[in-house]
Design a protein around this ligand. Sequence first.
Ligand code: CMP
Length: 151
Amino acid sequence: MERTLVLIKPDGVERNLSGEIIKRLEMRGLKITALKFLLVKEELARKHYDIHQGKPFYEGLIRYITSGPVIAMVLEGPNAIKAVRQTMGATNPVEADPGTIRHDFGIITSRNLTHASDSPENAEIEIGNWFTQDEIFQWERVHENFFTGLN
Ligand code: CMP
């Protein structure tokens, strides 16, 4: 089963969109296995966005992600990485398809509401950066097979 890290960034939390974003991901069939509300320390922000270091938007990105509380989640399901990124839409909200979170609630890349891991390898690294093992729960939904096809 695939896992992915999802962040609702400060603009999503500030704009009271957390519930709507979680609802859309849950309705997709994804299972929450970890969730927390936190102020991101600069060290974690720089580690998380290390790949963007040196880009023109990097320092603004660090200020943005540390500017207010975020919600961090681990979501699990078949094709979780692709499914979450599809539900979020393209990084630039004006290139995101209608019906996606970024299209429906955003208009600029620097305030694009959410983050999601882009590969299984990065998901495992990101989950390890944001969560300890004892913050992640392995649990079975009663009707798990409706979502996973597994009995
Ligand atoms: P995210 O999916 O979290 O991954 C990197 C983030 O950098 C991205 O979402 C945006 O928030 C931000 N970002 C990417 N490209 C740009 C850009 N050209 N200008 C401003 N912010 C950007």
